[in-house]
Design a protein around this ligand. Structure first.
Ligand code: COA
Length: 710
């Protein structure tokens, strides 16, 4: 079920809950859940269900859910797997809206049949299943804790959605230790029915939730997740930790686009495209979540570093570059602002170095100057521990200034480098939710995450870039190839599709004999390139099926002979149709552009540095379709080789517009032509601004069967 669930509120704010398998036995999960619900202060109706009846934790227990008179929004199921399907059937008949199935023993151990059955039975009656194989749900909105967590859950503004139950339980512990209050924590387990996107729908609008943290192992419906995530991140930060890297299947071997698209690389880029913040590890995720929950967003890009140590300032500068924090560099203004707070032998350049003799009041003076200047939007205070600082001095320099900045709506983070005093102070300050770190990179990483979020929120929703293409004509080429028993198109067929779509390709002709090869070369004009045409040979250069830079008739003759010899030797069983003679294109900047149907995220495009080293360099970037022209530009800017397109060593800027247009066109093909799964142009040669691009080599792979075009 991948559509929006209009009842989702009842999962987070149920008016009544039944606990199926509630038990008086303190060693059982059914007891912990009952106990947590009662202790957590839930005010709705609680119905323990146990075949023995009687009372559980002082509340009347029912032998069956059918014996209850009132309406039940949620049933929390904690009975062995073999009884769950029947229990769900009863719940569905009773009109329960959500089943929270804590029980394990389903698809995670191969028992997919019962899992499928339980969802089908539930869905038929409009009931939905969270889980199975989960630890339950905590929701501050109605003070409901249906988990079997051992610790009380602090309430606050962080909403956590986790695929791993066990890790989720540890997150509750970490939240308590780190003084991070939760608005909710939900475990999705096997995601048999309800998934992250359903839960996000609710968390987007729920006011209590200021930041969302998601732990994911796999994505079920990537296209829907992208759609919901994009909306969520416009409203509040979403921090994601994802584990598990899997190989793409057969397609990976068939094209560069496929093999470069290790699903994690695609996930990483697409998550970024959606404005979500991907954390490396749990610590970073909590650091970011806490920082983003408690601090105001910067109003602009100008950050300053204020420090008492030159080395620390340099490290902080490096960290700012790494995490995308822009340092304010108006030297004149910096001098005006910070001179009164800096000794003669210090520096007002950014980092502002108030030198090793600085006391807490000197820091306050410099912080004050930054606070009151509208050109400065964020501050990083870096302290190296010196004899000037006791615990109390840190208190004055950090807590006091933090409160001032927070009240003024300007973010500030602190780094304290040193020993015992620093560690003690940091622990205390963090308990008060003051953003104090003992590592420069940790501090700047949090500020960088905040900037990434802000930039995404500020981004305009530009119009989606698309072009009209002749789908029928392309489909008929695909059908012809399929009739021929091929799972890919010949190069000339690919070139034809490019021409139909308006992507310039080199002139080319097909020749079946040496004589016609020579004639074709004369028609095209020297120098030419010759490539084998065979349905059995996809990677032509690997078998010696390509001859480059042929200058005259004699070279065409020997090139033809060499290609035939190589192919017969390396692939003796390949059926050879002839050769393709093409114009030798002028050199330019070689890029790779691809479009594919990703098995998780659907139609996806890729751009990177092209040529023969693509797989070694892996300098590529991915995006899910559709997207706007501005987003395509961002994708291009993300690759390390972007400066090559801007022109190096006196070269002119390359025709980046032609590159963007090609990406849009490949995107239109992959979105609309249901028989194509993978297109790759490598190289796409890009010329100077205004001179366009040429698709030199085009590979198109067909989908096994026509896929659904959304
Ligand atoms: N309706 C109501 N109650 C029922 C019932 C039914 N159809 N069938 C059994 N019960 C009662 C039992 O009588 C028992 O109550 P009692 O203690 O009063 O006798 C209670 O439900 C629990 O049943 P029991 O057979 O004792 O099971 P259990 O507590 O040993 O185990 C689970 C049940 C769900 C905890 C276990 O099967 C399981 O899946 N554990 C793993 C959970 C997990 O790790 N989840 C993922 C977390 S991340």
């Amino acid at each position: 079920m991948s559509k929006q669930d209009k009842n989702i509120k009842y999962l987070f704010e149920p008016r009544s809950i039944a606990v199926i398998g509630a038990s008086s036995d303190k060693g059982k999960i059914g007891h912990s859940v009952m106990n947590n619900i009662i202790k957590g202060g839930y005010q709705g109706k609680i119905y323990p269900i146990n075949p023995r009846g009687g009372e559980i934790e002082g509340i009347k227990a029912y032998k069956s859910i059918m014996d209850i008179n009132g309406e039940i929004d949620v049933a929390c199921i904690t009975i062995p797997a073999k009884f769950v399907v029947d229990s769900v059937r009863q719940c569905a008949a009773k009109g329960v809206k959500y089943g929270i199935v804590i029980t394990s023993g389903f698809s995670e151990i191969g028992n997919s049949e019962d899992e499928r059955k339980m969802v089908q039975i539930a869905n038929e009656k409009g009931m939905r299943i969270l889980g199975p194989n989960i630890f339950g749900i905590y929701t501050a909105e109605v003070s409901l804790n249906t988990t079997f967590s051992g610790s009380a859950i602090p309430s606050g503004g962080l909403g956590i959605v986790t695929q791993s139950g066990a890790l989720g339980l540890t997150m509750i512990g970490q939240a308590t230790v780190g003084n991070v209050g939760l608005s909710t924590i939900v475990s999705v387990g096997n995601k048999a029915d309800v998934d992250e996107a359903d839960l996000l729908e609710y968390l987007i609008t729920q006011e209590r939730t200021k930041v969302i943290l998601m732990y994911m192992e796999g994505v079920r419906d990537g296209e829907r997740l992208v759609e919901v995530l994009k909306r969520a991140t416009k409203v509040k930060p979403v921090v994601i930790i994802k584990s598990g890297r899997s190989q793409r299947g057969a397609m990976a071997a068939a094209s560069h686009t496929g093999s470069l698209a290790g699903s994690d690389a695609v996930f990483d880029d697409i998550i970024k495209q959606c404005g979500a913040l991907r954390a490396e590890n749990m610590k970073e995720a909590f650091d970011w979540s806490k920082f983003l929950s408690n601090n105001p967003l910067p109003r602009g890009e100008n950050a300053v570093i204020i420090t008492n140590g030159g080395g620390a300032g340099v490290l902080a500068t490096d960290a700012c570059e790494k995490f995308g924090v822009n340092l304010y560099d108006d030297m004149e203004n910096l001098k005006t602002i910070f001179s009164p707070a800096t000794p003669e032998f210090g520096s007002t350049k950014n980092p502002v170095d108030i030198t090793g003799q600085a006391k807490s009041e000197d820091y306050t003076k410099a912080f004050d100057a930054a606070l009151h200047d509208p050109e400065i939007h964020a501050v990083l205070g870096v302290f190296c521990e010196t004899s000037m600082f006791t615990h109390e001095d840190f208190d004055r320099a950090v807590e006091h200034n933090y409160r001032q900045f927070k009240a003024a709506g300007k973010p500030i983070v602190f780094v304290l480098l040193g020993g015992e005093t620093v560690s003690e102070y940091t622990r205390d300050a963090r308990r008060k939710n003051i953003p104090v770190y003992e590592d420069i990179y940790d501090a700047v990483s949090s500020l960088g995450a905040m900037y990434s979020f802000k930039r995404y929120v500020d981004e305009k929703d530009d119009e989606i870039a698309d072009v009209a293409i002749d789908v029928k004509a392309i489909d008929s080429i695909v059908d012809g190839a399929r009739r021929d028993g091929r799972s890919f198109l010949f190069s000339h067929e690919g070139q034809n599709i490019m021409k139909m779509t308006g992507i310039p390709v080199p002139k080319s002709l097909i020749a079946m004999t040496i004589e016609s090869a020579v004639k074709s070369a004369a028609v095209i004009g020297y120098p030419v390139v010759m490539k084998v045409v065979s349905k059995d040979i996809l990677h032509k250069s690997d078998v010696g099926g390509i001859a480059l830079d042929l200058e005259n008739d004699q070279e065409v003759i020997s090139g033809y002979e060499a290609i035939m010899r190589n192919c017969r030797m390396n692939m003796p069983n390949a059926a050879i149709e002839g050769v393709e003679i093409s114009e030798m294109v002028k050199p330019g900047t070689e890029m790779i552009v691809g479009a594919m149907v990703d098995k998780t995220f659907g139609p996806t495009v890729m751009v990177g540095l092209g040529g023969i080293y693509v797989e070694v360099m892996k300098d590529v970037s991915f995006r899910a379709l559709p997207m706007a022209r501005t987003q395509i530009m961002e994708m291009i800017k993300e690759i390390r080789s972007y400066p090559l397109l801007m022109g190096v060593r006196g070269e002119k800027t390359r025709d980046i517009n032609a590159l963007v247009d090609t990406i849009i066109k490949l995107g239109a093909i992959i979105r609309n032509c249901k028989g194509i799964s993978d297109i790759e142009i490598n190289p796409l040669v890009i010329y100077e601004q205004g001179m366009g691009a040429r698709a030199v080599d085009v590979r198109i792979i067909l989908s096994k069967e026509d896929r659904e075009v959304r």
